[in-house]
Write a protein that binds this ligand. Structure first.
Ligand code: ADP
Ligand code: MG
Length: 744
């Protein structure tokens, strides 16, 4: 008898070689194999008659091979196969099909699947490059093969993705999965708590596994194709339910930990209000309250602040920082790039230093003496707000009293780094505590020594609060899973006085018109960005393009204007200088690569020209565009394209022209790229699912989340024992699959 945990090579027909190939598909156990679901189904019970086919439809046809052969056109060899049913015939063509010679013998039964088309000249129906499967072929004459052949016809047949460059075929999967199902132990432990199972009327796992591979004759083909049969729903729900249960568990563990219960008294409130350079929006007030409520709780805060570019996250995070600092704690603020860290540092100094707070900047490019100095200030507790890049993570930085960690632009970090960060700062909790203030840093006036020492005693064991900020408007369902262990705040309102950005697409044969337009805008006192792509793989040549265009623009086209250049390879001091000159209005035009993508804030810049816009990702384009439209002036984003644009490229550019709404853009981006790509590969901690698909199964995800929360609620109808059983079952089966659930 096979268990779900049995290694896959114990299934009859799978030796060490095949199990190696299967491993590349993530199939190690019988359970993995059985959760390797068909990606589509063919109705070979009611295949289409050739005579009734219509152009444009996707169809499964079963017929007999009549003849086949290769003919050569001027452009390429084409393989032609004629399949018949009685007197009807259907032609199939494969371009460059030489490899198919000798494959087919007249009289063989064949199943075809593809799009029916009408040949323009002859008017005959044909299928170009159909998927095919020879039925009951003569390659194996054993009894077993004959029996297995009955799996291929007269039923709804599952089609699997092949593996090992076609060495493992759909047909092979069909037979082996059939065998595994036959030998599977009859008593599979139920994993989903019975209350949930009953409420949702879920079928048993055994039944689900059987029917998903061997649908019954009456099953709706549409439901099968869209993974909406009862069998599919059971398996998908199960997978999502355990992810959500794991996340829910993590939240609870967190709430059991000791955090800092920050005080929010009148003095602290006053300090928060004092720094505000403008009236906060209603959304900013609401979000600050959510954060402040968390910070007052005795367990650590884990909150994600989501807000579209320009929604004003920075000031909210500064206010949160003040709460911590006024309570005698230190704050770390981390940005993904040096430019951003520097920019935060400048605004922090502008807004907070006047109020007497002590701020330091710690980035990788500082001289080591300077770094050592700053680290000492941090370790001694003198630096109250520490701003840096992830150098803060990588280098040995110890905080005397870490109270709050703010991570800006989370999508650049990746989830694993986020976790590492939390660990790091909690290590800092028992770092040594010092009191001497160095001369170079001004002292805060607002606090007496008494408050300070009480904070120090607490800090020893308390986990710091964490606020993660992201401008990637992550679609809510995805945020719920990926950041399911975080609470979510959304800044859904832009500060007043902004006029919407006008976005236009223009082909680059009209470049001179674009430059004229840009010149006019600059003439009105505005500033402009001109952006060039630098994509990692051919960074060298593309960087040259930006540098070359900078030369051309500054020396010729805009010789009378002040033009600057900014890219990632510049010396940090120079970068800094260029950025500051642009910020102060000394430079009118900034030629840049995507280094300006996140966070850079120059309200007077109202024009952005993006060259080769078709080569940027959608999220990236949106982030770039977010650099303009920050002031009262009407802003323009001009997307220039050169050469041919792919279909996906068209959709991206289209979306940009159509909407400014980050959430809509994120939804489309997710659709175009899929969840893995959306967050930049699996290593970034994206859970990979066996049967679920986050785009297709959003509703089931929400359902799973609700059920997981219900099950864990204090008076749930499920017992503690059942929860432990469920979690135990989950761990045993899925430990290797979800890093997410396992990481502390
Ligand atoms: P992001 O959310 O993209 O980080 P920022 O925090 O950089 O946005 O804010 C964008 C711009 O809006 C900044 O210039 C900031 O000073 C300004 N801003 C933020 N909140 C307000 C407000 N309530 N009223 C007016 N301007 C604001
Ligand atoms: Mg920002």
């Amino acid at each position: 008898m096979l268990e779900l945990t049995t290694p896959v090579q114990y299934v009859k027909g799978i030796g060490p070689k095949l199990s190696e190939i299967l491993a590349t598909k993530g199939i190690a156990t019988v359970g993995d194999l059985l959760h390797y679901l068909p990606f589509r189904y063919e109705d070979r019970l009611n295949p289409r008659g050739i005579a009734e086919l219509r152009p444009g439809e996707m169809a499964t046809v079963i017929g007999e091979v009549r003849n086949s052969g290769l003919f050569r056109t001027r452009r390429m060899p084409i393989f032609q196969l004629t399949v018949g049913q009685g007197r009807s015939r259907l032609r199939c063509l494969w371009f460059h099909g030489s490899y198919l010679q000798e494959k087919f013998q007249p009289g063989q039964l064949i199943a075809l699947y593809g799009k029916v088309e009408q040949d323009q000249r002859s008017g005959e129906l044909q299928i170009i490059q159909p998927q095919y499967e020879l039925l009951g072929d003569s390659s194996g004459d054993s009894m077993e093969d004959k029996a297995a052949a009955s799996l291929e016809v007269g039923r709804i047949v599952p089609i699997y993705e092949s593996a090992g460059q076609g060495r493992i075929t759909a047909r092979w999967f069909r037979r082996v999965i059939r065998r595994a199902l036959e030998d599977l132990t009859p008593d599979l432990a139920e994993t989903i708590p019975s209350a949930v199972r009953e409420r949702l009327a879920l079928v048993s796992e055994r039944e689900a596994l059987r029917k998903v591979h061997w649908p019954e004759a009456g099953e709706s083909l549409a439901d099968l194709q869209s993974a909406r049969t009862a069998a599919h729903i059971r398996l998908i729900f199960e997978e999502l339910f355990f992810v959500e249960l794991g996340l829910e568990l993590k939240r609870r563990q967190l709430k059991a930990q000791t955090g800092v219960a920050f005080q929010l008294n009148e003095r602290v409130r006053g300090a928060i209000k004092k720094i505000l350079p403008f009236h906060p929006t209603a959304a900013q007030k609401r979000v600050l309250k959510e954060i402040a409520d968390d910070m007052q709780k005795p367990y650590p805060m884990r909150r994600l602040l989501q807000g579209d570019v320009g929604s004003g996250k920075t000031i909210v995070s500064f206010q949160a920082a003040i709460i911590a600092i006024e309570n005698g704690y230190q704050v770390a603020l981390m940005a993904p790039t040096e430019i951003l860290a520097q920019q935060h540092y400048f605004s922090a100094r502008r807004i907070l230093e006047n109020a007497g707070y002590r701020i330091v900047l710690l980035t990788g490019s500082l001289e080591s003496d300077r770094k050592r100095d700053i680290r000492r200030h941090i370790a001694q507790g003198d630096a109250q707000l520490v701003i840096g890049t992830h150098a803060l993570l990588e280098e040995k930085v110890e905080f005397a009293r870490p109270g709050l960690v703010i991570v800006d632009e989370q999508h650049r970090f990746g989830v694993l780094q986020r976790l590492k960060l939390m660990k790091k700062s909690s290590d800092g909790g028992d770092a040594h505590v010092g009191t001497a203030a160095p001369e170079s840093l001004p002292r805060a006036q607002s606090r007496g020594p008494a408050e300070r020492s009480s904070a120090e005693t607490k800090a020893v064991s308390a986990e710091p609060d964490v606020l993660v900020m992201t401008a990637t408007p992550i679609p809510r369902t995805l945020a719920l899973t990926l950041y399911g262990d975080l609470d979510l705040s959304v800044l859904d309102e832009l500060p007043p006085g902004r006029t919407p950005i006008v976005t236009r697409r223009i082909t680059d044969d009209r470049t001179s018109e674009v430059w004229d337009f840009l010149r006019k805008q600059v003439g009105k006192g505005h500033q402009a960005y001109v952006v060039y792509p630098v994509i990692a793989e051919n960074e060298e040549t593309e960087l040259k393009a930006a540098v070359k265009m900078y030369r051309e623009l500054s020396a010729k086209v805009f010789a009378d204007l002040k033009v600057g250049l900014l890219h990632g390879r510049l010396d940090p001091d120079l970068k800094d200088q260029v950025m500051r000159r642009f910020q102060q209005g000394e430079l009118q035009i900034l030629v840049a690569t995507t280094v300006i993508e996140v966070g850079v804030d120059v309200p007077n810049a109202s024009v952005m020209v993006i060259e080769h816009a078709e080569r940027f990702g959608l999220a990236q384009l949106h982030q770039l565009r977010g650099r303009i439209g920050r002031g009262a002036a009407k802003s323009y984003c001009i997307l220039m394209t050169g050469g041919k644009v792919t279909e996906d490229g068209e959709r991206r550019l289209d979306a940009m022209v159509r909407t400014n709404d980050g959430f809509q853009i994120a939804e489309l981006d997710l659709e175009l790229r899929g969840p893995g790509e959306f967050f930049g590969t699996r290593q970034a901690g994206m859970p990979s699912f066996r049967v679920a698909n986050l785009i297709r199964d959003r509703q089931l995800l929400e359902l799973a989340k609700r059920e997981a929360a219900a099950v864990m609620a204090p008076n749930a109808e499920i017992t503690q024992v059942e929860i432990s059983q469920a979690l135990y079952a989950m761990r045993a089966r899925w430990q290797h699959t979800y890093g997410l659930v396992e990481v502390a």
